[in-house]
Design a protein around this ligand. Structure first.
Ligand code: GLV
Ligand code: MN
Ligand code: MN
Length: 424
């Protein structure tokens, strides 16, 4: 059984990461939202990189991209493959590693394994994972696997009202997506994954604090999200006594603090976040009559997530009632806590041990494309490398060159082992 480290150079990984970070709508950090101009430029650059490495680059109808041996024809007759990759989009003002690192790893691993015996290794890049332009919920992974309803193309829209269908049409015109068949969205992936792997930065502080090089992820936290609509009474700020107000923003503020204390009381790994608040009309001299608030809770255990979400929703209802503010809790996209493949985790842990790489097993608090594959019943595994100070979704995201290289080399060895000896 071969467990040789696959040798990639710093230029292979770092140079390409640097290049990919240039495709951004503007700083600080990286802003590459699904199908926007920077995303399309990055998509085309990646396809060019694949070609220069002797690979074919094939996009599906949603703009997910595959890097593969040109001898391997995508479609129903293609053999099952080992898929390895990550996502192309970013949050607004995010870092240069989140998604991009796993994308470059997928490209290099497909190239390193081209023409080898065993399961073909195909790199993948999902079009969207972050929910930063659309609130579709893992649109990339779901569309790659055909787990999208036709109606979503017209119902999912960005803040400007541009629908998924319209945004996709613009990307298609730039050569970044295949034709969308009339009728219904394709249900069959271009490549059927026998196994799926993703390499990612940890986005948390554990590996660095414990001086470890790798984590093998056993499960990924799920989340529940709400767009909270609050309707109070817009009144003159100078003449309306405090006791006579129905201030929608003050209600939102109380809800934010309530969600925070519910998560604190529940204990780790429960988290609650209010990521967005928009009061109306937004003036010094008007008591806010309306407010939109985005709330999210996460946990890695299904029952605890359900309880956490129910507690937050109940407290919001109580606060709104006490303050005489009308409340609508609109459920946003949700993800169930997801267990990854124990068999793949065992192979990865065994390999890390053989290679004497300091590692541990751990859960992920962040969501990842890998959870969509696991939910579809595909044996799936996520591997982390350290993040400096645990910082992510920030321009300050950083991982050392040595850690980045070690992660790609480990994944090279893991791909070889799994391609040659897929677990039964
Ligand atoms: C993606 O990074 C998420 O955890 O929402
Ligand atoms: Mn992210
Ligand atoms: Mn990510």
């Amino acid at each position: 059984m071969s467990s040789d480290i696959v040798e990639f150079t710093a230029a292979d990984v770092l140079g390409r990461l640097e290049n990919l970070a240039r495709f951004s709508a503007g700083g600080p950090g990286v802003t590459r939202l699904a199908y926007d101009s920077a995303w399309c430029d990055a998509h085309r650059w990646l396809a060019g990189q694949a070609k220069s490495l002797g690979l074919a680059a094939t996009a599906d109808w949603a703009g997910n991209l595959f890097f593969h041996d040109p001898a391997l024809q995508p479609g129903p007759k293609a053999p099952p493959v080992l898929l390895v990759g990550s996502h192309l989009d970013s949050v607004m003002h995010g870092g240069r590693y989140d998604g991009a690192y796993g994308t470059i790893a997928g490209l290099l691993l497909a190239a390193a394994n081209r023409g080898r015996a065993g399961l073909p290794v195909v790199g993948f890049v999902t079009c969207e994972e972050e929910d930063s332009r659309f609130h579709g919920g893992m649109m990339g992974g779901r569309s790659l696997l055909g787990r999208v309803e036709d109606r979503e193309l017209d119902e999912v829209a960005d803040r400007e009202g541009v629908t998924w269908r319209q945004a996709l049409a613009a990307a298609r015109e730039r050569g970044c997506a295949a034709p969308l068949p009339a009728g219904s969205v394709p249900r069959a992936p271009l490549f059927r994954p026998a196994l799926q792997l993703e390499l990612h930065i940890e986005q948390g502080p554990v590996l660095e604090a414990q001086h470890l090089a790798l984590a093998i992820v056993e499960r990924i936290a799920g989340y529940r999200r709400w767009i909270v609509h609050l309707d109070g009474e817009a009144r003159h700020s100078g003449t309306t006594p405090m006791a006579m107000r129905h201030d929608a923003l003050a209600a939102a503020a109380e809800m934010i603090l309530a969600a925070e204390s519910i998560a604190r009381e529940a204990g780790e790994p429960a988290v609650a976040t209010a990521g967005f608040v928009r009061p109306r009309p937004g003036l010094f001299n008007v008591v806010p009559g309306a407010c939109e608030l985005w709330l999210e809770v996460r946990h890695d255990r299904p029952e605890s997530l359900r309880q956490l979400g129910n507690d937050v929703a109940q407290r919001c209802t109580d606060i709104a009632r006490r303050r005489g503010v009308r409340l609508e809790l609109e459920e946003g996209a949700a993800q169930a806590p997801t267990a990854l493949s124990p068999a793949l985790a065992d192979v990865a842990a065994g390999l890390a041990q053989e290679l004497r790489i300091p590692h541990r097993r751990m859960p992920s608090g962040a969501a990842h494309d890998t959870m969509v594959f696991a939910q579809a019943g595909i044996p799936a595994l996520l591997v982390f490398v350290p993040s400096r100070a645990g910082v992510s979704h920030s321009p300050d995201e950083f991982t050392t060159e040595a850690d980045l290289l070690a992660g790609v080399r480990f994944m090279g060895a893991l791909c070889r082992r799994l391609a040659e000896h897929p677990p039964a």
